[in-house]
Structure formats: structure tokens, C-alpha cells
Ligand binder design. Sequence first.
Ligand code: FES
Ligand SMILES: [Fe+2]
Length: 320
Amino acid sequence: MARTLLCEPVVLFRREDGGAVALEDRCCHRALPLSMGKVIGDRLQCGYHGLEFNPAGECVKIPGQDMIPPDAKVKSYPLVERWKWLWIWMGDPALADDRLIPNWWWFDHPEWELVKGKYLKLGCNYQLITDNLLDLSHLAYVHLNTLGTTDISEFPIKTDREKDMVRMTRWIIDRPAPPMFQTLGNFEGTVDRWQIVETFSPCLTQIRAGACDAGSCNPDLGEPGEGMHIRSLNAPTPETETSTYYFFGHARDFAMGNKEVSDDLFRMVSQTFDEDVVILEAQQKMLTDWPENGLIDINLDAPGIAVRRMLARDIEAEQV
Ligand code: FES
Ligand SMILES: [Fe+2]
């Protein structure tokens, strides 16, 4: 499978034991994309002159020749499969550290039901996706027909900054449950509802959302154990400066094993994200066409601005 990631051509394949491998998708002989070749056992064979590369990216066979030149190799990227996702490290392999992968255990735990995800390819910079996820007030405008309830923006947000994470918290107190929560949660009256959005540097966002009977928990203590809980995990992966693969998935701790609920959730989330695509691509077009024209900030932008600061700090640290 071929993917351009961070402007670099990458080819992904699986070894015989199922382990995933990521190599540079450009043969070091005459530059044919290796993704046009064939997987043979644990090796990838180029589709032009048959050079074979092992998972470390080393050429291990040249048909008709015994001597393999020492620089016959392509880049091999550190890759880890965890929480049902693949995590690639595009930087210096010596600096790869799998502890930087967020702890998204909900995708692989018997008490949580995984709702399948998908990916979208968006014509926008990845940071616009982070902005969008940290600012759920847009539900009232962009997603009026799906998730939106107009009362969201009445409730203030709180921004917390930690070293490598920014958190946006909003509680919507004593309001009717949105339709999906109402159907599945069997609430008798109004609910207290939370949205806790956490972005880890550089751009991995987990959303914890849920609802409980109004007055049954203390918002000051953070997300309560009571009620129903959803996790929305988001991994925008830059293709280029202005295009992004947006991978996402959901997990929930209610209606376990209920396929209909999973299908409904998937359909609703997909429809919602399709609405975001229209907005994000239109924004990117304007930002590209009119780069000098300024932008103003409003209160809602605080978490997004905090993430951009965190990102700028980390990008600068990488330059040395
Ligand atoms: S271009 Fe790959 S083997 Fe020649
Ligand atoms: Fe949205």
C-alpha cells in the first residue's frame, strides 16, 4: 500500500508473521515506487528489475549479480501496531520512542465496544483539524442537522495546559439529553453532559464525552464514572502541507454488543465529519489564496492557540 506521509513516499506491507513494515516507496535503483512491486515472504520485490528489499530496507538480492553495492538500501521507518492502529515514526529512527504513543487502550479492552472508524482524505493542513476538534462550539452551526444543539455555546469552556497536552473542558448542565443519549441512556429527566477534548503534541486528539442524570455528579472532579461514556480518538496524519489523512474511531461503554447502535454511531459520526470536510477545505482554500490577510481570535480559540504554541515549541526543538 502506498501513502505519502509528511511529504515522503512510504510503502507499507506485512511480513509473513503479520508484522507491519514501512519503507521508502522509491527504489534506490531507478526510482520506481516499490509499492508497484510484489511482497515475497518477508521481502518487497521491485516491479522493474526485481531487486529485493528486507524489512530493514536493505537490498538483499539483485537478479543475475552476486555483489550488492553497499548503498543499495531504502529508508525503513520504525512502525508499531498498537490499539489496532499503526504508528509510524518519520524522524531520526534513533529517536523513535514508543512511549510517545498515546494510551488509547479503550480500543482494545473487553469493557469497551469499538465502533469502527475510517479515514478521510482532506485538502487541508492537519492543524485545522485540531482546531476543529478543540472547538466543539461549531456543533451548533456546522452540525445542526446531526449533533448540534444550540445551547452548547451558552456554557463556557475551560482550558488546561500541561507540558505535552492541552485540554478543553465544557459541561452542559441540566439540559435534555441529545437524541442518541436519550434513546440509549434511559434518562428520566434532564442530564449533565461533558465534553473533554485533549490534544497531545503534535496533533493526537482524544475526546471524552458522556452524560449522566442531572445533579448526580460533581463537574469539579472531572469525568465521572456514572452515566454513559464515549471516546473519540483522532489521528490526523499529514500527507502534505495542505492535505491530511484523517483517521478516527470511537469506543463506548454502553449498548455493549449491540451492532445496530454501532452502525448508527458510525453513520452519524461519518455524516458529521463529512460536514466538517466542507468547512475545512473551504478554509484551507482561503488561507492558501489570501495568505497575507490577517485573522482575529475569540475566546473559543484559547485551546487551539495553546496547541499551536505547544507545536511551535516542539518544532523548534527539532531544529537543533
Ligand atoms: S527500479 Fe527497482 S529494480 Fe530497477
Ligand atoms: Fe465537526
